[in-house]
Design a protein around this ligand. Structure first.
Ligand code: NDP
Length: 312
């Protein structure tokens, strides 16, 4: 039970590009947004190094610095930015009830969910140790740094195939390590991977340890059938075993697909509950870019503004 209740005209959950962009627009529209940053203030970009594909930064920008800029811009127009994580929600009543850290209950006229998605990791100690130093979960963010080098991608779904295909254009060689002998990915992606000369499939193997000095220089992989361990020399290691959208507290209340991604109406951020909007990676498993997340955050704020105007 939450100890205190507060009202908010527009409640935004999440502090990645979608959440902060929604906040900038909502604040400028005088919706007086309250934004809770969630578990990882700044979102997934705070665990990347240089961002070189966000328009407006011709020399690139560090992910954490960019998110500080987003935050400052949202604050400049009066967004009430707070630490805190939404722990439960009741969207069957109006105003919506959202509990924060089980302490504060926000009664919200509109809700923008931009809680993002979290990359799944293998769970190896070495994977955490080399994170940002040769280990990445985003080829479009970090692939550029491995131009002309050899990298490995682990996974067998569309994400892994897409990452491998993207990296194959930049890198000398890409190993695609998969734990089975067939890919889960769509046929079109499988075909793309198979016909790319510099992608080598490593079937029936799982990574056991990522090795290196200051940065990665290899990965130890185990044959799942024989238990034999061998080393691949690689300069980068990309984990692509899926993402988990942070939508758990809305299960049973909002429409979502089989993987938990929130479903929005086409050309809109509107969910199945009027007044609840979803923006960014929590509703997008296809593009997953900072710039597309920011774009959908903008849409959500504009839609929230129109929703409130129609109530008046
Ligand atoms: P998936 O869940 O489809 O695939 C995850 C892959 O990682 C599987 O091959 C799985 O192996 C493997 N894996 C999972 N855990 C481990 C582990 N601990 N160790 C080793 N391997 C592991 O996730 P994706 O992110 O690839 O795709 C998610 C959804 O998004 C899918 O519906 C996909 O179609 C979609 N998508 C669509 C895209 C597009 O349309 N352009 C692009 C990217 C994703 P196994 O197969 O053995 O289970």
């Amino acid at each position: 039970m939450s100890e205190q209740q507060e009202r908010a005209n527009c409640l935004i959950l999440g502090s990645g590009p979608a959440g902060y962009t929604a906040a900038i627009y909502a604040a400028r529209a005088d919706l007086k947004p309250v934004l809770y940053q969630g578990l990882q203030p700044g979102g997934q970009l705070t665990i990347t190094t240089d961002v070189e594909n966000y328009p407006g930064y011709p020399d690139g920008v560090k992910g954490p610095d960019m998110m500080m800029d987003f935050q400052k811009q949202a604050a400049r127009f009066g967004t009430d930015i707070r630490f805190g994580l939404a722990t439960s929600a009741d969207l069957s009543v109006r105003p919506f009830r959202v509990d924060i850290d089980e302490k504060t209950q926000i009664l919200a006229n509109t809700l923008i969910i931009s809680t993002g998605a979290s990359a799944r990791w293998l769970g190896l100690e070495s994977e955490q140790r080399f994170n940002g130093f040769g280990v990445s979960a985003c080829a479009t963010c970090d692939g550029f740094f491995y131009r002309g080098l050899t990298v490995a991608v682990v996974g067998g779904g569309d994400t892994a195939c897409e990452e491998a295909a993207y990296l194959s254009k930049l890198c000398k060689k890409v190993y695609l390590i998969h734990r089975r002998d067939e890919l889960r990915a769509s046929k079109v992606m499988q075909h793309r991977v198979m016909k790319t000369d510099n992608i080598e499939m490593v079937w029936n193997h799982i990574p056991k340890e990522i090795v290196g000095d200051k940065t990665v220089n290899g990965v130890l992989i185990e044959d799942v059938k024989t238990g034999r361990v061998e080393r691949l020399d690689v300069d980068g290691f990309f984990v692509a075993i899926g993402h988990t959208p942070n939508s758990g507290i809305f299960k049973g209340q909002l429409d979502m697909d089989g993987n938990g991604y929130l479903i929005t109406r086409s050309d809109s951020t509107q969910t199945n509950v009027p007044g609840v909007f979803a923006a960014g990676d929590v509703q997008d498993h296809v593009f997953r870019q900072a710039v597309t997340a920011a774009g959908s955050g903008c849409m959500a704020a504009i839609e929230a503004e129109r929703f409130l105007a129609d109530l008046d």
